[in-house]
Design a protein around this ligand. Structure first.
Ligand SMILES: NC(=O)c1ccc[n+]([C@@H]2O[C@H](COP(=O)([O-])OP(=O)(O)OC[C@H]3O[C@@H](n4cnc5c(N)ncnc54)[C@H](OP(=O)(O)O)[C@@H]3O)[C@@H](O)[C@H]2O)c1
Length: 272
């Protein structure tokens, strides 16, 4: 199957679905998840310095003899590596761990106050040397993006934020669209918390799909990029099989009514 892609503001493309890798904490689980995902058709993998598993991805790519150019790799600068010099240094360490000479997409993991400007300038330098093909941010609110526009020479291609049916952030989506920033939805399954909403269960029955597939398809129909995490081969396959059906407009509206600002991860809204 051809994976749908999203065009970025620098004309490169990113697969609309990728495998999230937070909390994959040993090489054995990592290899199993990576191999099932690759065989299923996943080509985008979302790691981070903070996840301490970049080296597992580097080793899995070697083990399964995957062509680097077949993959879209995202990693993120950890909060404790912010600052111009530390961002550059830690980026080089990420390259070494991932056993590659370029990253498809490097993100600032969080809008750390004060230091985020220097770190973004470092990403611009990395980008100018083509060591990262795209640069972006994560967990940025509209306020943080407005601040970034005061100093950035390069518009981030992506803002990766927590986004799922229970935390829809419609204003942020509109703002990003207006500024040609693609939105990537992390924790698209709301971190797998209590998957027992009546409306989603009803729609799963109606479309002959699973609860998780309805949650993911909802986001795909909003033109978002999704990165569900799983180490379970059956779920990895299930999460990928969301491109063979369409949720009707009226059902999309019902899903939109489930927004309740539920955050399952860290909250950037109070960061100055
Ligand atoms: N930028 C950031 O600050 C940030 C923050 C959080 C996450 N992320 C990224 O986004 C990715 C996804 O977010 P997430 O890991 O927080 O949560 P998620 O993808 O919303 O949910 C993952 C949880 O759901 C379970 N699951 C997966 N598929 C399922 C299915 N089909 N049915 C039932 N349960 C299922 C997984 O279990 P099993 O693994 O046991 O199958 C896991 O416990 C992360 O891995 C990471 O790459 C980024």
């Amino acid at each position: 199957m051809n994976i749908p892609t999203v065009k970025l503001n620098n004309n490169l493309t990113i697969p609309q679905i990728g495998l999230g890798l937070w909390q994959v904490t040993n090489q054995e689980d990592f290899n199993k998840a990576f191999k099932s995902a690759y065989d299923e058709g996943y080509r985008m993998f979302d790691t981070a310095q903070f996840y301490r598993n970049e080296q597992y991805l580097g080793l899995a790519i070697q083990k399964y003899k995957i062509n680097r150019s077949d993959l879209f790799i995202t990693t993120k600068i950890a909060v404790n590596n912010f600052g111009f010099k530390k961002t550059i240094k830690s980026f080089k360490e990420s390259l070494a761990k991932l056993n590659t000479d370029y990253i498809d997409l490097i993100l600032l993991h969080f809008p750390v106050s004060v230091l985020r400007k220097k770190s973004y300038l470092a990403l611009e330098e990395i980008y100018s040397k083509k060591e990262a093909l795209s640069i972006g941010v994560s967990n940025y609110t509209i306020r943080h993006l407005e601040d970034l526009f005061k100093y950035a020479q390069i518009v981030p291609v992506i803002n990766q934020v927590e986004l799922h049916v229970f935390l829809q952030q419609p204003e942020l989506i509109i703002y990003c669209k207006e500024h040609q920033i693609a939105v990537e939805a992390y924790s698209p399954l709301a971190h797998g918390l209590k998957m027992e909403n009546d409306i989603i269960t009803k729609l799963a029955l109606k479309y002959h799909k699973t609860y998780a597939q309805i949650m993911l398809r909802f986001l795909v129909q909003l033109d978002l990029i999704v990165i569900p995490k799983s180490i379970t081969p059956k779920r990895i396959k299930e999460n990928f099989n969301i491109f063979d059906f369409k949720i009707d407009e009226s059902d999309m509206d019902e899903l939109k009514s489930l927004n309740k600002n539920l955050r399952t991860c860290w909250n950037p809204t109070l960061v100055p």
